[in-house]
Design a protein around this ligand. Sequence first.
Ligand code: NAG
Ligand code: NAG
Ligand code: NAG
Ligand code: NAG
Length: 406
Amino acid sequence: MTTIFPIILYLTSLINIVLAVDYIPKDHILVNCGTFDRKTTDPDGRIWSSDKGSKYLVSSKGTFRASAKTQAPDVGRVPYMSGRVMYSNATYNFPISPGRVFLRLYFYPNVYSRSNAANAVFSVTVGSYALLRNFNVYKATQKLDVHYLVKEYYINVDSGILTVTFSPSYNTFAFVNGIEVVSMPSLYDNEDGDNIIGASSPFQIENSTTLESLYRLNVGGNYISPTKDELFRSWYDDSPYRSSYMLGVAEVADPGLTITYRKSLPSYTAPVDVYTTARYMTPDSFRNLEFNLTWLLPIDTRFAYLVRLHFCQILSNIDKVNQMVFNIYVNKITAFSAVDVIALTNSNGAPYIMDFVVIMPITKDPKQDLRVELNPSTKYRPQYYNAFLNGLEIFKINNTDGILTI
Ligand SMILES: *[C@@H]1O[C@H](CO)[C@@H](O)[C@H](O)[C@H]1NC(C)=O
Ligand SMILES: *[C@@H]1O[C@H](CO)[C@@H](O)[C@H](O)[C@H]1NC(C)=O
Ligand SMILES: *[C@@H]1O[C@H](CO)[C@@H](O)[C@H](O)[C@H]1NC(C)=O
Ligand SMILES: *[C@@H]1O[C@H](CO)[C@@H](O)[C@H](O)[C@H]1NC(C)=O
C-alpha cells in the first residue's frame, strides 16, 4: 500500500515533466564501477548498475574492485565509495544509438585497498580523442579544493558503440568510480559555424568535434541537480566567478511570468530554473555606466573554447524594444554590441542563446582567465541603462590532434 503523500508528489512531478520534456534520451547508462551490489541508488534517486561481470567492461584482466577507505562528508556513497582500479589498459564498450552523447566520468581520489589514488596517473581515450593524458585526479581536486571530480564530454558516435579506454601511465594505475552515458540531440553543433571573437571566419562545431564541458552556470540562481535537467546536467551558482566591484543584483522572475520555449529553442536547451533567474546590474541607470558585470573563468591556454550565453528577460516591465540594450565583451574585445533581447525574442519570458568561439592567445602561463563582461549600450538611448545574463556554458574544443588536455 502506498500512502497518499507520495502519490501527490508523484503526480506533481509527473505534470512538471510532461509540461517540460521535449526529448527523452534513447540511451541512458549509469555504471557504478567496482561495486559489489548489482543495483545502487544515488542521492538524487538515480539507479546505477554494477560493472561486475557487466557487458560493458570488455575485460577485467589487470583490474580489481575496491571500496574507498574514507568518505568525505560531501561525497555521496553512489557512485563514489566504490571504484575499479586498473593496472593494465581497460576498456568499456557502451552500445548506443548513433549520434551525440554526454559521457560523464566520476572520480573520487581515495585509498582503494593498497592503491592510493594520489599516485594514480592515467589517460582516457575515446576513439581518436584523448580526453585525459597523464592525469592525476588527486592533484586536480587539490587545485580546485574539492573532494571529487566529474568530467563531462560531448562526443559524436557514428558506429553505435562508444569505446572508453583507461590506460595507466608507466608504473602506476588508473581508476574510475562511475561512468554515465546519455544520448542526446546535437545541442551544441553548428555546421554553419559560430563567430570567432576577434576574427572574421566562422568556426564549425561538427561531428568530428568533441567538447569538454568546463563551466555550466545558472547565473543569479542556485545549483540545479541532474534530475531537474532533461540531459542530466548539473548547473552551478555563478558567485565564485563574478568579478567587479559592484556585483550586480540577482533577480527572480515575477511569479506571473511564464517561460515559453519556442520550436527553435526546445526545453532541453536549459531547464526553466536557468531562465527564471538572472543577474542584472543595479537599479541605478547612471551608476551602471561606471562598471561592467564581469565573470572570470580560469581555462587552459592553447585551446579554442565554445561559449554559450543564455538570456531571458524576466522583468515584467521590460517587454518593448529599446528598453534595455547592452554590449557583450570577451577578453576585452566586443563580441556583440547593442543586444536587445526583446527585439530578438519579441517578448519577455522567452529564452534566447548566443554562441561564439574564443581562441585563447598563447601566453607563458598555462592557465588564464576567460573574461566575459556586459555593460549598457547607450547608442540608441534605451529607457534603462542595464544588462543581464541568465546562464553561461563554456566548453573546451578538441585541437587538431584530437587532444583535450595539455
Ligand atoms: C553526423 O552524425 C550523425 C549521427 O551519426 C549523422 O546522422 C549525420 O549524418 C552526421 N553528419 C554529417 C554531416 O556527417
Ligand atoms: C595502453 O593504451 C595506451 C594508450 O591508448 C597505448 O599507447 C598502449 O600501447 C596500450 N598498452 C597495451 C599493453 O595495450
Ligand atoms: C567594460 O569593458 C570594456 C571591454 O573590456 C572596456 O573597454 C570598458 O572600459 C569597460 N567599462 C568600464 C566602465 O569599466
Ligand atoms: C578534433 O579531433 C578530430 C579527431 O582527431 C579531428 O578530426 C578534428 O579536426 C579536430 N577538430 C578540431 C577543431 O581541430
